[in-house]
Design a protein around this ligand. Structure first.
Ligand SMILES: [Zn+2]
Length: 346
């Protein structure tokens, strides 16, 4: 689907009014998912065969292996009790509002019974935003760490102080001015091991990496980066504000903190922080998108993308053996861990 240039009004709705008329029923939503998932016709997720025929209740039967597949199988929408029209409305609100939507306002707008249901839907949406195998940052990239969370986390439920999380921030610096894409990831610590791994995961070798003088960044030239160090001590000696040495990462970090306090009123648990950071980066990296409908299209596209390697994502299980997938959580997959769309049936 990489070559497809989606056109407003053709491939996605331009306005809320259009959205409502396009997706009035679950069948409308199924049609759209069908087209998104198999733009050049049905392909069997089981055996990879490219051909089959439609059978009852929106399923396809593979012409080769005979397995029946629904368009939602293996996607975010698989085996959900919530109607697709409600899911689509949640996707629309998630995408159409620049700052996103809180679980509380989603619950109110959709008249979903419970806050946990609304929260779980948003959490599922966040879980697909990190595309496996996405490009790493390139060009000139500022990198730094910051602390996020902790004392802000208690705003809803009293003044409970949580632990702040150390977060790695990387952002592309454009010439003559402005910023490109960003990445944020919770780090175990600020050691060289953690920071080097963060760089390797998120920044393309050959990039110019700008850091402060912290020793954890020593040796990154050996990883293939051109390293530019901006020493805080030297800045102080020059009478400059050392806090302004890395303006890009500081801008991204402060926008992220403001977004967490704004849209989500700071009510983000530490263990879910990474998925909120993923959502923030997704939004930041699409901040110039003129059309919110296009963002909606991208969210749905990610939601129906099959896992990168079906075989690895469907490990054979002995009959009766319980799935271990549920314990892997919904957050960002670790290195080498395939991103799967599976979770206990809700
Ligand atoms: Zn098949």
């Amino acid at each position: 689907m990489g070559d497809l240039q989606p056109r407003a009004g053709v491939h996605f709705p331009r306005s809320t009014g259009e959205f409502q008329s396009w997706f009035a029923t679950d069948a409308d939503c199924l049609d759209f998912l069908d087209w998104l998932r198999w733009p050049s016709g049905f392909a069997c997720p089981e055996c990879g065969h490219g051909g089959g025929w439609a059978v009852a209740d929106g399923r396809y039967k593979c012409a080769a292996c005979g397995k029946r597949t629904s368009v939602t199988a293996g996607t975010l929408f698989d085996r959900r009790r919530t109607p697709l029209t409600v899911w689509f409305t949640a996707c629309w609100m998630f995408a159409a509002q620049k700052g996103g939507v809180s679980a509380l306002s989603l619950q109110r707008s959709l008249e979903i019974g419970s806050y946990p249901t609304a929260w779980a839907m948003l959490h599922r949406l966040r879980s697909v935003l990190v595309r496996p195998g996405r490009d790493r940052l390139s060009g000139t990239v500022e990198v730094d760490e910051t602390f996020i969370g902790g004392e802000e986390a208690g705003l809803r439920g009293g003044r409970a102080r949580g632990k702040k999380s150390l977060v790695g921030v990387a952002v592309e610096v454009r010439q003559p001015r402005g910023y490109g894409r960003c990445r944020m990831e919770i780090l175990p610590d600020a050691s060289a091991g953690s920071l080097h791994a963060f760089l390797t995961r998120h920044v393309e070798p050959g990039a110019t990496v700008i850091t402060d003088g912290w020793m954890g960044y020593h040796g990154i030239a050996g990883l293939g980066y051109a390293h530019v160090r901006r020493s805080q001590r030297a800045a102080r000696a020059r009478g400059e504000d050392p806090g302004k040495l890395l303006p890009g990462v500081h801008r991204v970090a402060s926008l992220a903190k403001r977004w967490l306090l704004g849209t989500h009123q700071g009510s983000v648990e530490d263990r879910h922080l990474q998925s909120y950071l993923n959502e923030f980066c997704f939004r930041f990296n699409r901040r110039r998108s003129r059309s919110r409908g296009l963002v909606f299209y991208r969210v749905l596209e990610l939601a129906v993308s099959p896992p990168p390697s079906p075989r690895r994502s469907h490990p054979p299980r002995r009959p009766g053996e319980a799935s271990r997938r549920a314990s892997s959580g919904h957050g960002r997959p670790g290195p080498g861990e395939p991103l799967t769309w599976h979770s206990p049936v809700s």
